[in-house]
Design a protein around this ligand. Structure first.
Ligand SMILES: Cc1cc2nc3c(=O)[nH]c(=O)nc-3n(C[C@H](O)[C@H](O)[C@H](O)COP(=O)(O)O)c2cc1C
Length: 442
């Protein structure tokens, strides 16, 4: 008898660089320099990704103007590097109103919001989306961001995660402050809420305190889906404790597998089922009608990166607080340079550099191929994605494409996703109403 091995399906999500003029300078972006303040492109995106049955769209965020290159804001403002960008809560809320199944995941920094405000905001988003809200919980990494909130700089890297652990405890307490069944809404008796089922939290921690209960009412999912992105050992521990999904940037299938295995090991150590957190890896698929067409597009993307080395350095410097403007670009990055920002990212840079100059390393770093090279026809890329997932073990991919526009979206929705669906690798329809249930459906 013939034995048919059915492929294990995986999850898809999109990493959107905030609601901003993000694809400034790229082709097929129309009048993005004028139209970025209006949400239409992003609402279109949410609709398109929902038609493609993506699990979620994540809105990346940071709340400062970069100033880490030559001590100036110039390169950031001139080239729209993470600025201008709008508050993600507004666009996230609008996205929930033009969709009905896809998860919507704005990013909020624990340094920028009091946990009470954050819990209320996320519970509200979960309500207006009918159970489709997620929160990308980040600790922040830039001293410039810290200064915008009255601090001198960011607390130390590992301390930020200690604080975030406590922050999560406060939020979970607040989301739990409305017991199931608290809302009666009985018109006959006139009782809306059973006050005995809404309890204070009275949390007194080392870093945060709150009284509670939450005044927004409960979140339909109990608590929003928690996404996490930090890849350092301390970051992974934090993720293993709290995250429903992790967005990861790791080079190569061996590294991806090791990363996922490590997170799963941490989860077991913390008493969690490792299948309850989906690790998604950053990709930038370069599609073409033929292999040659796709390869030509990849060649142009690599050339673009090489021609814009200063912008690449500025971007990396922004998240590591390293001013690359003061180094000789044709020499290697000095060994004594460290960061209180994105540690895993700097670690990856060093692994890639292997003694090469900053210029040589930057040309391919954090860019174009991301976790794994995906270049070709929809069918060829679908096959490579399947092979990658088989080697890694799961759980899916997070699309991060520099050139977000309607053409790119159509290539994914109408080109790549049908090829994946034909192979039984991704869903053709949502299984459930709530975001977390879809995420954990397989
Ligand atoms: C895919 C990915 C997405 C991220 N998105 C954000 C973001 O939107 N906002 C933010 O402040 N940090 C973001 N980060 C940074 C992380 O939250 C974290 O601060 C950073 O990776 C440093 O953590 P680590 O030292 O544990 O690696 C992101 C990181 C990765 C890998």
């Amino acid at each position: 008898m013939e034995c048919v091995v059915k492929a294990k399906p995986f999850h898809l999500a999109w990493f959107l660089q905030g609601s901003s003029a993000q694809a400034w300078g790229h082709a097929w972006t129309g009048h993005i320099g004028d139209s970025w303040m209006q949400p239409e492109l992003f609402l279109n995106m949410a609709r398109s990704l929902e038609r493609a049955c993506f699990d979620y769209v994540l809105l990346e965020d940071s709340s400062y103007v970069g100033e880490s290159f030559n001590g100036s804001t110039e390169i950031y403002l001139k080239n729209a590097i993470a600025v201008p960008r709008q508050d993600p809560s507004v666009v996230a809320a609008l996205m929930t109103q033009v969709t009905s199944r896809i998860g919507i995941v704005p990013t909020f920094g624990t340094y920028a919001y009091h946990p009470y405000l954050l819990s209320r905001l996320m519970a509200t988003l979960d309500q207006v989306s009918e159970g489709r809200a997620g929160w990308n919980a980040v600790t922040g990494s830039s001293d410039f961001a810290a200064m915008n909130f009255g601090m001198q700089g960011m607390p130390d890297h590992d301390l930020r995660y200690d604080m975030a652990d406590e922050y999560m405890e406060v939020c979970k307490g607040l989301w739990g402050s409305w017991e199931p069944g608290a809302i009666i809404a009985d018109r006959k008796s006139g009782v809306l809420v059973d006050h005995t089922k809404v309890k204070p939290v009275n949390y007194q921690g080392k870093f945060y305190s709150t009284r509670g209960p939450l005044n927004s009412g409960p979140a339909p999912q109990g608590q929003p889906v928690i996404a996490q992105a930090g890849g350092s050992p301390r970051g992974r521990k934090f993720a293993a404790a709290h995250a429903d999904t992790i967005v990861a940037h790791v080079k190569g299938t061996a590294g991806m597998k090791a990363y996922r295995d490590d997170v799963r090991k941490h989860m077991v150590a913390q008493g969690r089922n490792p299948d309850d957190c989906k690790v998604l890896f950053l990709i930038n698929p370069i599609l073409g009608e033929t292999m040659e067409d796709a390869q030509e597009r990849r060649r142009r993307q690599l050339a673009h990166a090489r021609e814009h080395i200063e912008e690449r350095m500025a971007h990396f410097g922004k998240v590591t607080n390293i001013d690359f403007g003061k180094f000789d670009v044709d020499q290697p990055l000095p060994d004594d340079v460290t960061t209180n920002g994105h540690q895993q990212n700097l670690e990856q840079y060093r692994q890639m550099a292997k003694g090469r100059s900053i210029r040589e390393t930057m040309a391919g770093f954090n860019n174009v191929d991301l976790s794994v090279e995906l270049c070709g026809t929809p069918d060829a890329i679908a096959a490579k994605m399947e092979e990658t997932m088989q080697e890694v073990g799961g759980d899916g991919f997070l699309f991060s494409m520099a050139n977000v526009n309607r053409r790119t979206l159509a290539e994914i929705e109408d080109g790549l996703v049908p090829a994946l669906q034909d192979r039984g690798l991704v869903r053709k329809q949502y299984e459930h109403k709530h975001f977390r249930d879809n995420l954990l459906a397989y």
